[in-house]
Design a protein around this ligand. Structure first.
Ligand SMILES: [Zn+2]
Length: 107
C-alpha cells in the first residue's frame, strides 16, 4: 500500500503532480483548499493552527498604533502583541478575551 507523502498514512491513492507523490483523500482535499488561498493567507492559517492560544489578557501598557503589553491571566506570562486599530480605544487594566497567534517574528 502506498504511503501518503504528507501524513504517512497507508491510504494514499491520489497522485499529486505538484508534490511528486501520492496523497490520501484527506490531505488531497486540504491541499486543494490551500491552493485557493494566497501565500499570506496560507501562512496566517498555518500560524493559527500551530501557535494560536485563547486566554484572558490584562492590558499593562498601550502603544498607540504599535501594540499592547499584556499579561496572560491564565499563566502570568507577559507578552507584547502587535496591534494597530485596537490600541485607539484600549486602556491600561482593560481585560481582553482573545486569541493570540505567533506570526513570523511577532505576536
Ligand atoms: Zn495524508
Amino acid at each position: 500500500m502506498t504511503r501518503c507523502i504528507r501524513c504517512q498514512s497507508g491510504g494514499a491513492r491520489r497522485p499529486c503532480p505538484v508534490l511528486g507523490g501520492e496523497l490520501c483523500p484527506s490531505c488531497c482535499a486540504r491541499d486543494q483548499r490551500r491552493r485557493e488561498l494566497t501565500d499570506g493567507e496560507c501562512a496566517a492559517l498555518e500560524a493559527l493552527q500551530a501557535t494560536a492560544w485563547p486566554s484572558l489578557f490584562e492590558i499593562q501598557q498601550v502603544q498607540v498604533d504599535t501594540g499592547l503589553q499584556l499579561t496572560d491571566l491564565a499563566t502570568g506570562d507577559a507578552l507584547f502583541v502587535r496591534e494597530r486599530s485596537g490600541t485607539h480605544q484600549a486602556s491600561k487594566f482593560d481585560l481582553l478575551l482573545a486569541w493570540v497567534v505567533q506570526l513570523g517574528d511577532h505576536l
